[in-house]
Write a protein of this length. Structure first.
Length: 457
């Protein structure tokens, strides 16, 4: 057995800004705390168990991207279909740099590995285009903006097309990367978003006291130990952390707004929430709603034709200081949501919000109408119609009625097959067959004899 220290993971999880789903941060934090309680910061793993798991598609990753690998280019170090589509599957939390020991506790994706993979595919003449498959809750801030800018520059260069499919979710840091490709697609049951920044501080001073531990810091510089975990977080440290989170949030919002060609106000109105496929498309955060296989077929046809779908991100502008603020409408004349000439920006924002609410309400009404068509036994059929985002209540009702008729017809056929066979009519021995009337008279005579005691009565 080999003992490995998990201090490096704590440094990546606590006291540092993250572009990560809060639920994922909580799950990672809970797992890490359990390891701490069990091993005091150390964990034993079997020798050789710490394999390098980059979280980027390899033949051992069983995502759609890996399954679509063709035979024509099977010897390449990355997945390529026979038609020349380079496939990059990104799964799990995202880190700036990959530490070998991190594989002892879980698998992560790696910004540097993703960048290396993309650059290799861009330089490979056999690869005609690149399709990402994202299934990630997000990850570290460090390294994310640099990779997003690299993807945006490559997507806007007019060279090989780069698309993204959120299967079933690209959140926070992962969504920022997906948004900076030319086209973003999400399945009907998928979602994107969580455009926000979070920082987690753990105060374990009470735990220390229970263990009889006292930590004394000897330091120079008033802010040197502001975020240590052995003391409660001071108001000053909390204010400093809050300002940094806001600064990074501004960067994140501007990156998405520029890449998706929408106003930053639209991005902020998401309030870091998770948006389903319909809402995300209505807000301009995704371009289409489709499954991975359909997206791959469409992308394959595109690269074979040599054409490009209009749109996609602009080339990344040089960073303006630390805030990356590029929200001036004049700097994005092609943005679909920029104010028409003569219309105040506030009015445009108001119209956008109203249009979004109308679309959202219409979709909720459609879903309610579809569910109202439910007949017992057809729940899966109805939920499929709810998720596809297009089936009308009338269509759902007709489909359910047809399915119910088919079910009843099948049941009737099965019932007829199980019915008992008819009993053939019995006949008297030859020469002694009784006709119906004679049989009736004999039965009456026998009854009278039994009740009166008189034969022939």
């Amino acid at each position: 057995m080999t003992t490995r220290n998990l201090a490096h993971l704590a440094a990546r999880l606590y006291g540092t800004p993250l572009m990560l789903l809060p639920s994922a941060a909580d799950a990672l934090g809970h797992t890490f705390q359990q390891l701490l309680e069990k091993r005091g910061g150390l964990i034993d793993v079997a020798d050789g168990a710490a394999e390098l798991q980059l979280g980027v598609e390899t033949p051992r990753v069983h995502g759609f991207a890996g399954n679509a690998r063709g035979q024509r280019f099977k010897d390449k170090p990355y997945a390529v279909t026979d038609e020349g589509v380079g496939l990059v599957g990104v799964y799990g939390p995202l880190l700036h740099r990959f530490n070998f020991d991190m594989a002892t506790c879980t698998s992560f994706a790696n910004y540097q590995a993703i960048e290396q993979r993309v650059k290799m595919m861009l330089a490979d003449p056999d690869v005609k285009g690149i399709l990402f498959e994202w299934d990630s809750p997000g990850g570290e801030v460090a390294g994310n903006d640099a990779l997003a800018r690299m993807l945006r520059s490559a997507s806007a260069s007019g060279g090989k097309p780069i698309w993204s499919h959120a299967n079933e979710g690209a959140y926070s840091a992962a969504y920022n990367l997906a948004a900076n490709t030319q086209r973003v697609v999400v399945p009907a049951a998928g979602s994107v978003g969580s455009i926000g920044v979070v920082m987690l501080h753990v105060d374990q001073s009470q735990r220390d006291a229970k263990l009889g531990l006292v930590f004394t810091y000897i330091f120079a510089g008033d802010r040197k130990v502001d975020f240590n975990s052995h003391q409660p977080l001071s108001d000053r440290a909390k204010a400093i952390a809050g300002a940094e989170v806001e600064r990074l949030y501004d960067m994140f919002v501007d990156s998405v707004a520029d890449a998706r060609r929408i106003d930053a106000k639209v991005v902020r109105r998401t309030e870091a929430g998770i948006l389903d496929a319909v809402a995300a498309k209505a807000m301009g955060l995704v371009d289409a709603v489709a499954g991975f296989e359909d997206t791959l077929k469409e992308f394959t046809a595109l690269v074979q034709s040599g054409q490009r779908i209009p749109g996609g991100p602009k080339a990344a502008a040089p960073a303006k200081g630390a805030t990356m603020s590029h929200t001036d409408p004049a700097a994005r004349p092609e943005a679909a949501t920029d104010a028409p000439q003569g219309v105040p920006e506030a009015e445009v924002a108001k119209r956008e919000a109203a249009a979004f609410e109308r679309g959202k309400q219409a979709e909720l009404e459609r879903q309610a109408g579809v569910r109202a068509a439910l007949l017992p036994g057809h729940e899966k059929l109805i939920e499929g119609f709810v998720a596809d985002g297009k089936t009308t209540p009338a269509q759902a009702q007709a489909a359910v009625i047809a399915a119910e008729r088919a079910t009843l017809a099948a049941a009737e056929a099965a019932h007829k097959g199980d019915a008992p066979r008819a009993v053939p009519t019995a006949t008297a021995p030859e020469g002694g067959q009784l006709q119906g009337a004679a049989l009736g008279r004999a039965a009456v005579a026998a009854f009278n004899e039994f009740t009166t005691g008189k034969k022939g009565a």
